[in-house]
Design a protein around this ligand. Structure first.
Ligand SMILES: Nc1ncnc2c1ncn2[C@@H]1O[C@H](COP(=O)(O)OP(=O)(O)OP(=O)(O)O)[C@@H](O)[C@H]1O
Length: 338
């Protein structure tokens, strides 16, 4: 009998908690508890809790000044919290910053690139600073350039690259030491739509490689397409966290229902006007649009009541709200700075 990992797991049977390999797998990539940061008397972070599982692409959204960059700088070991803790792969960012740095690639919101380098030299410079031997770098750097679509710019001077290319180069720089976690602060800011799509494609690829990614952005609908979960931060507090659909469901206070009737539309309008949660009615050539304040259950009751009252419905549909609507609803369009 061998005493390898599978044997240990078999011996433990269903007791998954006891299997060493599963214990390791259960360590979240990011664990933040009670994280607070004060700048003088200003409370930029007011006790944030956040857990992100390995392999997740997490979108961090919030208005200007909400505390996204502060949180990311702490995770990147560049700033110490006032209280609370942040761990990366179980390692405390304040107590063992060097261990954490090996595991993370950080792209700040404002970054400088050394203009006097050629693209390929720039990556060699960073690779060497991580102690990667030259022979290894020679293999790795063409792959990185390929990943970020800069192969044809390998001999171009960095100062001749467009903003989008510089952003992608900066992303490649974050990847030289093959980190497990990418901390990307507004990687798509200032990019034109095409460059944003390219950035999104690269991030998709990184996700498929199993990286955990935390990404902040103001471009919310785009973020929704590529993230598994979002966290919404405002005034230094996490006000919502979960998968995109859940957050939309939970936070949505207003729905737009489109109802088309076969006939008796005037009567139906009067009936709807008296129903609970109906805030506003609009009529157009497609029927009646209802601004509805209820949730799934109340919405289903409304449909039930309409049919019960003998109205003949041709269609009953809910207009999709997007992440932008949700974000504005949650943060009420406010500025996070106090
Ligand atoms: N070094 C500092 N000294 C004083 N105040 C600071 C410092 N860094 C950040 N702040 C303040 O802390 C708050 C949070 O800033 P942070 O940069 O984390 O916000 P953000 O959510 O990243 O905003 P943005 O989307 O505009 O980048 C802001 O009110 C900011 O002015």
């Amino acid at each position: 009998m061998t005493t390898n990992k599978s044997t240990i797991e078999e011996m433990n049977g269903d007791n998954a908690a006891a299997a060493p390999s599963e214990r390791v797998a259960a360590v979240p990539m990011i664990e933040i508890k009670g994280l607070a940061k004060q700048f003088g008397s200003f409370h930029a972070l007011k006790g944030i809790d956040l857990t992100i599982a390995k392999g997740t692409v997490f979108g961090f959204v919030g208005p200007n000044g909400a505390g996204k960059s502060t949180t990311m700088s702490i995770l990147a070991t560049l700033m110490a919290p006032t209280s609370g803790y942040a761990k990366v792969d179980g390692i405390d960012v304040t107590k063992q910053p060097h261990e954490v740095r090996k595991r993370i690639g950080y792209m700040p919101d404002f970054f400088g690139v050394y203009d006097q380098f050629k693209t390929v030299e720039y990556l060699h410079f960073y690779g060497a600073s991580y102690g990667i031997p030259k022979a290894e770098r020679e293999q790795l750097i063409p792959q990185l350039l390929e990943l970020v679509n800069l192969s044809d710019k390998k001999d171009a001077y960095v100062d001749t690259l467009s903003r989008g290319m510089k952003q992608r180069l900066c992303l490649a720089r974050c990847l030289v030491h093959d980190p497990e976690l990418l901390i990307l602060d507004e990687p798509a800011s200032g990019l034109d739509p095409r460059a944003r799509i390219e950035m999104r494609e690269i991030l998709r690829e990184l996700k498929s490689m199993g990286k955990t990614i935390i990404i902040s952005s103001h471009i919310l609908p785009e973020l929704a397409e590529m993230v598994d979960e979002i966290g919404v931060i405002e005034h230094g507090q996490m006000i919502a966290q979960g998968n995109v659909a859940d957050i939309q469901n939970r936070m949505r206070v207003k729905r737009f229902l489109h109802i088309r009737f076969l006939d008796r539309e005037d009567e139906a309008e009067g009936f709807l006007r008296d129903r609970p949660y109906v805030n506003r009615l609009l009529r157009d050539e497609r029927g009646i649009q209802v601004h509805f304040g209820g949730q799934d259950e109340e919405q289903s009751e409304l449909l039930h009541d309409l049919i019960g009252a003998g109205f003949k419905l041709v269609s009953y549909s809910e207009a999709q709200t997007n992440l932008e609507d949700v974000f504005l609803e949650i943060t009420k369009g406010g500025d996070g700075a106090q």
